[in-house]
Design a protein around this ligand. Sequence first.
Ligand SMILES: Cc1ncc(COP(=O)(O)O)c(C=O)c1O
Length: 365
Amino acid sequence: MTASNSLIGKDINQADTPALWVDLDAFEANARKMLALCNAQNVRWRPHVKASKSPDLAQRLTDIGAQGITCAKVAEAEAMVAGGISDILVANEIVGETKIRRLAQVATRARVAVACDNIHNIEEISAIASEAGVTIDILVDINVGANRCGVTPEKAPALAQMVQELPSVHLRGLMGYEGHVMGMQPEDKEAASVKAAEVLSEAQSLVQAAGLRVDILSGGGSGNYWHAATLGSINELQAGGGALMDVSYQELMRLPDHQYALYLNAQVISTAVEGRVILDAGWKTTGRHTGLPSISSHPGTEVVSLNAEHTIVSVPEDLQVEHGDRITLIPHYSDSTVLLHREMYAVRHGIIEDIWEITGAGALR
Ligand SMILES: Cc1ncc(COP(=O)(O)O)c(C=O)c1O
């Protein structure tokens, strides 16, 4: 039993700081909300776990009802399969022999699909999968407006045909991730989601007109899932981060009625400067990709700035915050916070119920 394991059943405030933790009630409520919408629309929920990078958390999502998971990197897929996850979509282009060989290894232990937008990439995946004796499912990646990866609808049939003809790759369908929509103003989001959906549907029509099957139509993120899942254009939803929720999902992406579920406890290590306290967690602990964390435990206090190992917090005159006090932060963007940690405490009503290893932390290849 590790020192961490001995904390199971204890109050989260007994965990040494900085301590990353998940409020299970809020996490489960968020996940069930996303799942319920999917169920009502006959859409399968395949949440993206790029933020959590933890097979333990992914397993909770599948226990709740997710049908498989989505990730961005082969290394994340490796972490997931090692943690017992058996149905994985790598919603990203995986290029080069080294990575494709690893992907084929993952496919010996799980059903694996990968996004492709290039003929040579499909040929290489087919050749390596054949050699490894596995089948890899392919989703042809469609550019639905994000201008990141993905082909135009007109180019989709040729790629799909290529998958159909080659051995050891199986044409599973199409994906179109509308990343450009996520941070839009609420009044623009629906129209932009509709536009993206139309591009994916156009690609579907063209591929089907070429006589090819499209079983999976995959897309949608936490920033627009309530539109994406209800437009009839997808039958698998990739949105996942909304289950953990953070300040950027709340303030920039305006997720409707989600609760914060990811928290970070830090400790006051200095009160020497009047009007402020200093915490033992800087940007190496909180991340700082999109903005500053919020404080949930001490109304009136505010994060002023982040140094590498310190957070500077302003404290109003009428509030007493003592040396050694614990302060609970809400990370600004879970994606840039969780990967800095090795474990998350799974907490219910303040008590540590489980400890989830973040085995995908640093898993960038
Ligand atoms: C391909 C892909 N799908 C889905 C998502 C949405 O992820 P989330 O719902 O965790 O924000 C992203 C986010 O970057 C993505 O890149």
